[in-house]
Design a protein. Structure first.
Length: 542
């Protein structure tokens, strides 16, 4: 939307609720949090940002991408030929800042991408955005940080809410509507939480001064700009005592969307005149999360299985969108991820806590373009991390950690032309490769209250973090329709983050969190032009 675009009026229907819609800390699903532990309930200001449910509702942010725009250091954008809604965290993109739901990685196995516009916020209690000094207990690939979507957990015997809204253009036409409902019950020894939501956009609007072109032959409504997203989530938890918890969860998302075609008439832009639609963007997640305490020590586990089914229908036109269309190619993804993590919280002494985590994840990607044979790739990723927090005295605390990450390609069956058959498209096995990386970080936290002998809870932090990201299946094996040479042994990206920050209350109503940071990025994964080889036509990339 530009400053001259049509205005949109949002009408929110009154919500019916058994309690306040704003989720307090007690309504947060704590099993889904991943944080740096601190001894003696001390709070460490690590520079992470939190978007609470109250803020999402106040600013009417019904999808995750729009909610994240409320966090400092986060910028909203659209990216790629699929026009996916993404965010940048301090300049790091969606591949370098993975997204988690209750601590479980949720990015697409093939290319690591995730369209945040497909995720609604109605079943969330908060969103945590960890910057460079993100906990190593998240696991691998947190080159620039991590985003964790934390869902709700009921606190009352019965609680629920129902709401909805409409969007009107300045001509009074309804162009979008949404509805949602959440229901929860906490019976002491067990609890349940369920939620449904539906968001439907018929179209988006063009600027008032837009002049029709061959590709956008009308004013007002943007061609092929509809989208629909439905979501159902359910959790059942057992709490046999005050410290232990065992939760079974299920989430099902179903979406579809159109991608507006390029609206200009300038061939020099290099834009393809295409019409893309996604009749299916479906994701299903099943997980088991547990928390068991042994005195001062704790053990958390997560076991999960995700499926992602995506289909693309493409068309190409030569004489405007209302002229004859030529079928392009249908493309289908059938992906799945399975894994588990084990996280230990050990109280070594009164002022020392040690976190230990092991992650195992297996990603499977299957795809087919039109009538071509189905490709098949399988990756396995493992990580082990140690993170120690030491409280030296009332003023100083130190956090140090190290992790070892390992990624191996188990299967890589590609389709296309290669050196063995440069003139014939066929299924063939790519070489499998592996990669490993060591991550580490160190932070000093200074409590300014006792240091300055004042009644103040401010905290200064000095941190350095060394992080990495493994190359995705697409980075290593995609031929981009015969224009790129695969790189099975492509190594990981690396970055070193330095930060000096301060966090503290100014008064009862205001708090301040500010940071001066530098991130040095090394071994950045880029595509370059190389000499053509068999199966890769000029200009050939790698």
């Amino acid at each position: 939307m530009t400053p001259f675009a049509h205005r949109t009026l949002l009408l929110s229907l009154a919500a019916i609720s058994a309690q306040a819609a704003v989720a307090e800390q007690k309504n947060t699903f704590s099993l889904g949090e991943i944080q740096i532990s601190a001894p003696q309930d001390e709070t460490l200001a690590t520079g992470s940002s939190v978007v609470e449910l109250e803020d999402m509702r106040l600013h009417d942010r019904e999808t995750v991408d729009k909610a994240l725009a409320l966090a400092p250091g986060v910028n909203l954008a659209y990216m790629g030929g699929r026009a996916e809604q993404v965010v940048y965290v301090r300049g790091f993109d969606r591949l370098q800042v993975p997204v988690y739901i209750d601590g479980i990685p949720t990015y697409v196995p093939y290319d690591g991408n995730i369209d945040l516009g497909r995720f609604t916020t109605y079943d969330l209690s908060r969103i945590e955005v960890a910057k460079g000094f993100a906990s190593l207990l998240y696991g691998p690939n947190t080159l620039g940080g991590a985003i964790n979507l934390i869902t709700r957990r009921p606190a009352e015997v019965f609680e629920g809410e129902v709401g909805g809204g409409l969007e009107l253009t300045d001509h009074g036409n309804v162009n979008a509507y949404r509805s949602y409902a959440n229901l929860g019950s906490n019976q002491g020894s067990w609890w349940m939480q369920g939620g449904v939501s539906y968001v439907d956009y018929d179209y988006t609007m063009l600027p008032d001064d837009f002049e029709p072109t061959n590709n956008q032959q009308g004013k007002g409504r943007r061609e092929n700009s509809d989208k629909r997203d439905g979501k159902f989530s359910y959790k059942l938890g057992f709490t046999p005592n005050d410290t232990d918890e065992y939760v079974l969860g299920y989430v099902q998302q179903e979406g579809r969307k159109g991608q507006p075609p390029y609206a200009g008439d300038l061939p020099a832009t290099g834009q393809r005149k295409r019409w893309w639609e996604w009749p299916k963007w479906d994701k299903t997640s099943l997980f088991l999360a547990t928390n068991t305490r042994f005195g001062e020590h704790g053990l958390k586990t997560r076991v999960y299985h995700d499926t992602f089914k995506n289909s693309l229908e493409s068309f190409v036109y030569n004489n405007g969108i209302h002229g004859a269309m030529q079928p392009g190619f249908p493309s289908k993804y059938d992906d799945e991820s399975s894994g588990f993590s084990v996280e230990g919280d050990l109280a070594l002494s009164e002022g020392n806590r040690l976190g230990i985590a092991y992650h195992f994840k297996e990603d499977v990607h299957r795809s087919r373009d039109g009538s071509d044979p189905q490709t098949h790739f399988r990756d396995q990723t493992q990580s082990i991390a140690l993170e120690d927090t030491l409280r030296l005295n009332d003023i100083f605390s130190v956090v140090g950690g190290v992790s070892y990450n390992y990624r191996k390609s188990l299967e890589a069956e590609n389709f296309g032309t290669n050196a063995a058959s440069p003139r014939v498209k066929t299924l063939y096995d790519e070489p499998t490769g592996s990669d490993d990386a060591v991550n580490s970080q160190l932070g000093l936290f200074i409590n300014t209250g006792p240091l300055l002998d004042i009644d103040h809870n401010g905290q200064v932090r000095l941190t350095v973090a060394r992080k990495s990201r493994f190359a995705t299946i697409k980075d290593r094996y995609s031929t981009r329709f015969g224009t790129v040479i695969p790189s099975p042994d492509l190594k990981s990206e690396r970055a070193t983050h330095y930060e000096l920050g301060y966090s503290g209350a100014i008064n009862r109503q205001w708090t301040l969190d500010t940071a001066l940071f530098v991130s040095n990025i090394e071994d950045s994964i880029q595509q370059v032009t190389v000499a053509p080889v068999a199966g890769c036509a000029a200009p050939c990339g790698q």
